[in-house]
Design a protein around this ligand. Sequence first.
Ligand code: FES
Length: 187
Amino acid sequence: MSAPNVTRITIDRRTALLGLAGCCLTGPVLAGPEEELPQKGDTLAFSDGPLEGKPVRLAAIVEGEPTLAVAVDAASGIQRTESRFAKIVLVRLPEADIDEDTRPYAVDGVIALSAICTHQGCTVNGWNKDTKSLLCFCHGSEFVPGEGGRVSKGPARKRIPVLPLAKSEAGEAIVADAFRGKPGPGV
Ligand code: FES
């Protein structure tokens, strides 16, 4: 069996640690900054790479290169970096690869999803070019962003929720509504 055609998204140490912190969490969800969800009206900032901390311009999201971001409180301008649930992965797909149910939540072919694997909470930081799927390297689960984060390969059983997006006049990503589903591990 040939190895899948995959790439790993570069993540910084902080993002990796937040992902590990979420790994294997199965108990009740605690309230607090570490569990904050993106809010309607939040902006997004790049969380890694040369543009880290800068507002996400949708034009900067490249097809085949999922990009990690974090939600930013629009009122205070503070990044929700304490919360693993505020970690977002952005994916650009051809319109034809986005199904009817997912299309209303995408902008210019860009889909935002929770970056937390629904199996045991690792950061989803891989991309399978062959299947156009997000890949979690912890145990190999795959998710189809163009089909609302559907699980295409386990052990994960729960889809990764989509975060509805809008676009500002300046072409920057804005959170249009709450996650379509509950982020984090589950079934
Ligand atoms: S935590 Fe992602 S596949 Fe197990």
